[in-house]
Design a protein around this ligand. Structure first.
Ligand SMILES: [Zn+2]
Length: 336
């Protein structure tokens, strides 16, 4: 069965069908651009596709022929992968073009997979354009790209572009359920915070404190309300992923705001309804908006490479400061 080549890879039904159709019709392009956010399975799909192209039983991978076995073993002479930790440079593309210069040894094609092609330097991209100029008939180049803005239009226009969407929540839930001993509540959180990325879901599920992190927002706001700054700042020290914690906090703030508008409807942290209700009575809407803004600023700080713990502690101090002002204002009002 031709569909076998993508067996075990979740989601992306339409995109798989598109590729299989081309394979069945024998209309394989010289270049493919697999585009979409990080961690949704582009590399898995690219390698499965490469294996399928190289299989010599037919255009589909049988899993039994010499080509399939060599591919499986990572020793296929007609397959070349460009994987670099930081960026793909001119020398990588020169190696690639050297590899493509000679005819295939085992299969009818030679396949190159450039993983994270968006990390190619401009020089590397220009070199790759040269490769695209006059490729021998047997050449297939697959590029995976997380961010197309970083790739020259001239490169993008040379390939058949396939856009992979974020995975749907069902697919990620199925994956988590099959691989990790998580409660339903934990899975619900992790699915939400993975934002369609399998890699992200796996990272959250594997981080040792992700389960306890679910309890952090209520603790943080309790410390803020009780003005326990020392405990507040201590809390962030052991957190493995500050960006995830910030996202948790933002959901928590959203929930409190929802409860203030329309009590009891559609909160995400359903199981913590009682705490949310109590805190919603202690915090007003402008204050909550202010908290959210501070956290958004924290996200931007982290994105611009400021140390996450430093950024987060800045946020916590700001939040505490705003709360202190708010509470002294309400004290004065009460006193009148
Ligand atoms: Zn085969």
């Amino acid at each position: 069965m031709p569909e076998e080549i993508f067996e075990g890879i979740l989601g992306h039904g339409d995109q798989k069908l598109e590729i299989l159709k081309q394979m069945k019709e024998g209309k394989i392009s010289h270049a493919y651009i697999f585009e979409g956010i990080q961690g949704i399975g582009k590399s898995l799909l690219a390698r499965a596709f490469a294996r399928g192209i190289l299989c010599d039983a037919s255009v589909f991978s049988c899993g039994e022929c010499r080509s399939c076995r060599w591919f499986q073993a990572g020793t296929h002479p007609d397959y070349f992968e460009v994987v670099e930790e930081k960026s793909i440079k001119v020398k990588n593309i020169l190696e690639l073009s050297e590899f493509l210069r000679t005819k295939p040894l085992l299969s009818r094609h030679k396949v190159v997979f450039i993983k994270d092609a968006h990390t190619m330097t401009e020089g590397a991209q220009n070199k790759l354009l040269k490769v695209f100029e006059n490729p021998p008939a047997y050449v297939v180049i697959i590029l995976s790209v997380d961010n197309v803005d970083l790739v020259l239009d001239t490169v993008l226009s040379r390939g058949y572009r396939i856009h992979f969407k974020e995975l749907d929540e069902g697919a990620i839930d199925t994956f988590l359920k099959a691989n990790y001993p998580l409660s339903q509540e934990e899975r619900r959180y992790f699915v939400k915070f993975s934002q369609g990325s399998m890699l992200k879901a796996r990272e959250i599920a594997q981080s040792t404190d992700s389960g306890t992190m679910i309890g952090y927002p209520e603790q943080i706001f309790n410390h803020v309300i009780n003005k326990e700054t020392y405990q507040l700042l201590k809390l962030a020290r052991g957190v493995s992923s500050i960006p995830d914690l910030i996202e948790y906090l933002l959901t928590w703030i959203r929930d409190i705001s929802i409860l203030k508008e329309s009590p009891g409807t559609g909160v995400f942290n359903e199981s913590r309804l009682a705490v949310l209700r109590t805190q919603s009575l202690q915090l007003d809407t402008p204050l909550l908006m202010g908290f959210a803004e501070i956290l958004e600023k924290g996200k931007r700080m982290i994105a611009s490479n400021i140390n996450p713990v430093v950024s987060f502690n800045y946020c916590l101090l700001k939040i505490q400061e705003e709360y202190d002002e708010y509470s002294s204002r309400s004290e004065i009002q009460k006193g009148r």
